[in-house]
Design a protein around this ligand. Structure first.
Ligand SMILES: [Zn+2]
Length: 237
């Protein structure tokens, strides 16, 4: 089964169709599904092409697991028409694809009423770090309890060293959505009330890509993250 993870789209398309048929269809169905899943995890378009090779591959390619781990790279964030991409995204959501949950969560939160974090929470539950980051950031803007929760979230081990990456992803999505930042995020939030001077040390410095962990105070770390995030979004803090 592990061997399937090294099969890439180009390997399959470098062979002729009859050899694909002979090689793949002689394998047990579970293994074929595993191969198709590997394809879809690296490129949804390679997977969709494989599905068109024959009826059997088309049927085996209907497995939910394939849609759960499918890569959504190259699919528009908000397909405007009810076209194939939209149908594909909906199928991925039905199959609990964490990236599809994240995208839906970003659309719900930033382009609608700014209230529903349901899909972001689902994405985070399925291990999507970017979704966990956004929930952490949103929580910082809530009441004292929510702010505390946000500080804990942003200091979780699974976000260690990748805050910058999650921040860039969030900013990119917000720009792609052509949306207004929810009013709640215009509130001036200070997470650490103990280290005012320390906090100012990174003000006016360029956002770092790998130095997320050189701030010892958990709350100061969140203040610094908000500084970087807000400046990326063009909001004064
Ligand atoms: Zn502090």
């Amino acid at each position: 089964m592990e061997n399937s993870t090294i099969i890439k789209g180009e390997d399959i398309y470098n062979r002729d169709e009859s050899s694909i048929m002979t090689n793949m269809l002689s394998l047990p169905n579970d293994l074929v599904i595993d191969i198709l899943a590997s394809l879809s995890a690296s490129s949804h378009s390679d997977f969709l092409r494989a599905k068109t090779v024959c009826k059997t591959l088309n049927e085996l390619g209907d497995n939910d697991f394939i849609y759960q781990i499918m890569s959504l790279k190259g699919i528009e964030l908000v397909p405007w028409n009810k076209d194939k991409q939209q149908i594909l995204l909906e199928r991925c959501i039905q199959c609990h694809n964490s990236e599809a949950f994240y995208r839906q969560g970003m659309v719900d939160y930033f382009s609608d009423k700014g209230t529903s974090v349901d899909y972001l929470q689902k994405a985070a539950n399925y291990g999507h770090a970017g979704a966990l980051y956004v929930i952490g950031i949103i929580s910082l803007f809530g009441d004292t309890e929510s702010n505390k929760k946000g500080i804990e979230i942003l200091n979780q081990n699974n976000l260690k060293g990748i805050l910058w990456k999650c921040r860039k992803e969030m900013v990119l999505f917000i720009y792609m959505l052509w949306t207004n930042i929810p009013t709640i995020m215009n509130k001036d939030v200070v997470c650490c009330l103990n280290h005012n001077n320390y906090q100012k040390k990174w003000r006016f410095t360029w956002p770092v890509d790998d130095g997320d962990d050189n701030v010892e105070c958990k709350a100061c770390k969140c203040d610094r993250e908000l500084d970087y995030l807000m400046s990326s979004l063009g909001i004064d803090r």
